[in-house]
Design a protein around this ligand. Structure first.
Ligand code: UT7
Length: 332
């Protein structure tokens, strides 16, 4: 009998910068209200990467080094590193390249994947394919974003939401039925109108004019995104449960993208899950874009049990969305 090879998550680690930017501090920077931020988003504080010359790769490197240490392996054991980010160190070469160099992963190859808030879920699904086909034995999937590098701290509709951070998982093959079981992913490019960065790409390269017009920052029409996200994340999460015949009792944890507590609550409700089954760290990290989901896994790792059915779920810029069904592979 053939036994299917699946991609098992065998370790998780994360990194958030030390600097804590609280709602109270934001009130001094922009016309906002600490209570408004907390009640409308669930965010109390977020982390910011300070320091000249530090970028997304520096956070990812720390997360990956912690991951390797935990698993008792070295960078030389790694076959592939996929980096989900919309704030790469450079436009090119890829942040994956830079990370491989910094950690000494000389046997690895990799690339960056840009799917904004859905980046980790897209990258996890991509990494899974290389394990399932037998092409790779050890794949690192990292979600990392230095959102503070593209935020306008005079725009209260965006700067209050985002934070910096990195989270990483290690994928390894197993035939025991654990790991990534299924995924549903989607995109709708017409949604780009509501959430994007106007300049810096090939359509509008950087110029004095684009800088003066603040077009290198995140542009978001919050309400339009909220309306789609609140339905979209709930729908895709319910869909993956139905597709895999999972009832709400069968699901141990929802690992939702941390964009807004209200979106997370709506998703949990649609899935029939009580709040104890929902991973939440938006209050302390804000929206770290590609890093939210692996940072949740990192925070909650000790509570996860071997065999737990967990649903990772996301909706973000693009629009992009997705859900992944994972059978957790270990007790820590
Ligand atoms: O992860 C990537 C995908 N992104 C998302 O999923 C984000 C989705 N959107 C959201 O989470 C929410 O739309 C926001 C948190 C961005 C905004 O919350 P909202 O409840 O949609 O606010 P709103 O834009 O509808 O504004 C409501 C009111 C307005 O005042 P008036 O016109 O009712 O008097 C805004 O001017 O709240 C005001 N407002 C603020 N007040 C204090 C907007 N931003 C702020 C602020 N502080 N920071």
């Amino acid at each position: 009998m053939m036994t299917k090879t699946t991609a098992s998550i065998t370790a998780v680690a994360g990194y958030v910068p030390d600097y804590v930017l609280t709602n109270e501090e934001l009130v001094k920077m922009v016309s906002t209200d600490a209570n408004w931020i907390e009640t409308r988003t669930g965010i109390k504080e977020r982390r910011i990467l300070k320091g000249e010359g530090l970028g997304t790769s520096d956070m990812a490197v720390i997360a990956i080094e912690r991951l390797l240490k935990k698993r008792g392996i070295t960078a030389l054991d790694i076959d592939m590193i996929i980096v989900a980010s919309v704030t790469p160190d450079l436009i090119f070469p890829s942040t994956s390249n830079i990370i491989c160099d910094k950690i000494g992963a000389t046997n690895a190859w990799g690339f960056d994947l840009a799917a904004a808030c859905s980046g980790f879920v897209f990258a996890l699904t991509t990494g899974t394919q290389f394990i399932e086909t037998g092409k790779c034995k050890k794949v690192i999937v990292v979600g990392a974003d230095k959102m503070s590098s593209i935020l306008d701290y005079t725009d209260r509709s965006t700067c209050i939401i985002f934070g910096d951070g990195a989270g990483a998982v290690l994928l390894e093959p197993t035939t025991d039925g654990y790991g990534v079981i299924d995924s549903i992913l989607g995109v709708d490019g017409s949604g780009r109108a509501h959430l994007h960065q106007k300049a810096g790409g090939s359509v509008k390269p950087p110029s004095h004019a684009t800088i003066d017009a603040k077009e290198h920052f995140v542009y978001q029409e919050g309400q339009a995104v909220f309306k789609r996200a609140v339905v979209g994340m709930a729908e895709v999460s319910a869909e993956i449960m139905e597709k895999n015949n999972l009832t709400s009792e069968d699901v141990a944890w929802l690992v939702p993208h941390q964009a807004n507590k209200r979106i997370i609550d709506a998703t949990a409700e649609r899935m029939g899950l009580s709040s104890e089954k929902v991973m939440l760290n938006i209050q302390k990290y804000g929206n770290t874009t590609a890093a939210t989901i692996p940072l949740c896994l990192w925070d909650y790792e000790k509570q996860l049990k071997k065999g737990d059915n967990i649903i990772l779920s996301t909706f973000g810029a693009g629009f992009t969305w997705g859900a992944v069904y994972v059978k957790w592979a270990y007790n820590s």
